[in-house]
Ligand binder design. Sequence first.
Ligand code: TXA
Ligand code: MG
Length: 330
Amino acid sequence: MILDGQQPQAIATAAQALQAGALVGLPTETVYGLAADADNDAAVAQIFATKGRPADHPLIVHVADASGIAHFASSVPPFAQALVDAFWPGPLTLILPRQGGRAQAATGGQDSVGLRCPQHPVAQALLHACQARGVHGLAAPSANRFGRVSPTSAAHVQDEFGADLLVLDGGACQVGIESTIIDCTRGQPVLLRPGQITRAQVAAACGQPVLSKDELLTQSPRASGTLEAHYAPNARVRLMDARALQAGLDLLGADAAHLAVYARSPLRRPSPGVRLVAMPEQAEAAAQQLFAQLRALDDAGVRLIWIETPPDGADWEGVRDRLQRAAAAG
Ligand code: TXA
Ligand code: MG
């Protein structure tokens, strides 16, 4: 059931359901989440079961504001506090030392917890309504089955989980790819997942260099966003540069049923049957529509998607990461 998240009654209904241990589809500015009371282990277990997600892949806990940190985290290093001050509410998740006894199932029992304060007005309204009912945070992974493309609209969430799930409609997600994740438990910031907020912005805000995941690979905690193959549509994805794309198209000629091409560069279309979709030239716009495009191509019955490799710039890091994972899925 999809409810209009603008309606106060819908927020009250969703908050009540969450307090009672049910799951709710939640809009955020990045992607939609599948939310449960973060301190209710039975409710959180339902998230893992519904998504088909392994229980040792920890979930992000969403809080209404920075005051929610103290409930879930045992300490906040100064550089992490600087990131909270600079980017919350917003698309930034911080991994912090976990407060004992809190969000046990949501973190898979790890001694750290991922915290994020989303800025989407519907998420804000729901988190505050939950807080007023004694629910301190909402564990919410992206509202898709494990390994699939994340949802960026209420309809996508219903496509994933069916009409019985209560979903708050907050419109199409503005950012379109998941939050940037910074591990703050290692003495210096470590980028676990790129997103709209870039590594350079994080470094500038906290005055410290940001290590990459690779520089820390051997000791880093599990992050399902770091699996090679992830965020994959049903269709196979191949990444190539514009020249290789054009050569492939010319070679295929009219014999290109079930193929779609998603590219920034203008390409000659060998036959009217070939589906050419224009990728935006700006990274932010490309991120915003990326998952919806992949879903739309799946829905259209496309079996193979050739995608132009994104540019090297830092602002493209999030989109590059998601596309490389989609291509790695086979
Ligand atoms: O934008 C987002 O972050 C979205 C929206 C709904 O907020 N959520 C999201 O959740 O992407 P999910 O579960 O799909 O991805 C959470 C990522 C996973 O890669 C998980 O392993 C990592 O965060 N994570 C969560 N807690 C962690 C922890 N304590 N240590 C390391 N990684 C953690
Ligand atoms: Mg996810």
